[in-house]
Design a protein around this ligand. Structure first.
Ligand code: 1CP
Length: 355
């Protein structure tokens, strides 16, 4: 394996000095890139793209060919685990993900097993191995999973949701059933992420996209507790290097201290929190990732640059910041605007790292 040429992203996650602030974008591979649409059309549907290691590798590398990004992220989806549990994932055109067999009762939860990462999920590990080989040490590869709570919302709702009524009904009427499901998901996510590290992932991120719809008490009990259990069970070193872990709860700004106390290396921020406040609250306990509003990429490159400057100033001098959007890039953003964003981060951040 070729040695890593650019470790800026890994160093920032460990709060070690860097020459500039590293940057990558959530959902950096995807439909805002015409080359992605072409490869996806070649694969057929979305899951066929994920199951084809060569094509998944191709779309992972596409944004890196356009932009000087500081990390690559595995092209896959968080819903691979529920699919491997037998729920039958499919994508309705323009409608997002759906399950043929959602989880509706205790008996459904009892039937669920822990997927074998090199069995049903072997296609993901093959993609990780292929991407690591093709990256040739240019930048580190991020592996990822959904949080147990976020995966459970899709499994119980049967797809995307706005009000989360089915899973909240289970949470309040049958909490032991939901806890059994979350326990199985936590074990599945732990073995899935450890297998990604064994296959070559150099950093890990857990997406808790829907933790922010919970009350503070329920967030601890039904989401954070399970992420903490996963963090405890993860392989934290590979090839003699630390494998940093980032936790991202969308709309989780009010719980930063608790998230930082799980033992993760970094906390991902959405745009609803001021990064200067976030840094004051977590001190030097963890690194921070974020947090420009993805909609800012609709603005002019000049306006994007101003916003980048303001976030860099908010974080201030010194290491421990990975620049990112506060959530995934929108599918109708001009690729040139994403390019202007990345270039601004690299150029404007140098003065915050001097000396
Ligand atoms: O091509 C297409 O039409 C499919 C669109 C798409 C893509 C490009 C889906 C379906 N998933 C993905 C890839 C994906 N998903 C990545 C790839 C790597 C990269 O960042 O470049 C990642 C990290 C994810 C993670 C993911 N999937 C999350 C967590 C992060 C987030 O955005 O909050 C979630 C919630 C999903 C579910 C999902 N999969 C796909 C869609 C459209 C959705 C969201 C549905 C919803 O809003 O509920």
């Amino acid at each position: 394996m070729k040695p890593l040429k650019n470790d800026t992203y890994l160093r920032a996650l460990m709060r070690q000095p860097t020459d500039y602030t590293p940057v990558w974008m959530m959902r950096q591979a995807g439909r805002y890139l015409p080359e992605y649409k072409a490869t996806r059309a070649q694969a057929g549907d979305f899951m066929s793209l994920c199951r084809n290691a060569e094509l998944a590798c191709e779309v992972t590398l596409q944004p890196l060919r356009r932009f000087p990004l500081d990390a690559a992220i595995l092209f896959s989806d968080i819903l691979t685990i529920p699919d491997a549990m037998g729920l039958g994932l499919y994508f309705e055109t323009g409608e997002g993900p759906r399950f043929e067999r959602p989880v509706t009762c205790a008996a459904d939860v009892q039937r669920i097993g822990i997927p074998d990462p090199e069995g049903e999920l072997g296609y993901v590990m093959n993609a990780v191995r292929t991407i690591r080989r093709e990256l040739q040490g240019e930048v580190p590869l991020i592996g990822f999973s959904g949080s147990p709570w976020t995966l459970a919302t899709y499994m119980v709702e049967g797809g995307s949701s706005k009000a989360f009524t089915k899973i909240k009904k289970m949470m309040y009427a049958e909490p032991q059933t939901l806890h059994l499901l979350l326990d199985k998901l936590a074990d599945s996510v732990t073995s899935y992420l450890n297998a990604q590290v064994a296959a070559g992932a150099q950093s890990l991120m857990i997406f808790d996209t829907w933790g922010g719809v919970l009350t503070p008490r329920d967030y601890n009990e039904f989401s954070l507790q399970y992420m903490a259990k996963i963090v405890d069970g993860l392989t934290r070193e590979s090839d003699g290097r630390r494998v940093p872990v980032t936790l991202f709860t969308k709309n989780g700004g009010q719980w930063l201290e608790a998230i930082a106390a799980t033992g993760c290396d970094a906390v991902g921020l959405d745009w609803t929190i001021n990064i200067a406040d976030a840094k004051r609250r977590v001190g030097d306990k963890v690194a921070l990732q974020g947090n420009m509003d993805p909609s800012m990429l609709y603005a002019s490159p000049e306006r994007i640059e101003q916003e980048v400057a303001s976030i860099l100033e908010g974080f201030g001098h010194g290491p421990g910041h990975v620049f990112n959007l506060g959530h995934g890039i929108h599918l109708d953003v001009e690729p040139e605007h994403a390019g202007a964003f990345i270039e601004s981060v690299h150029r404007l951040s140098r003065s915050y790292h001097a000396g």
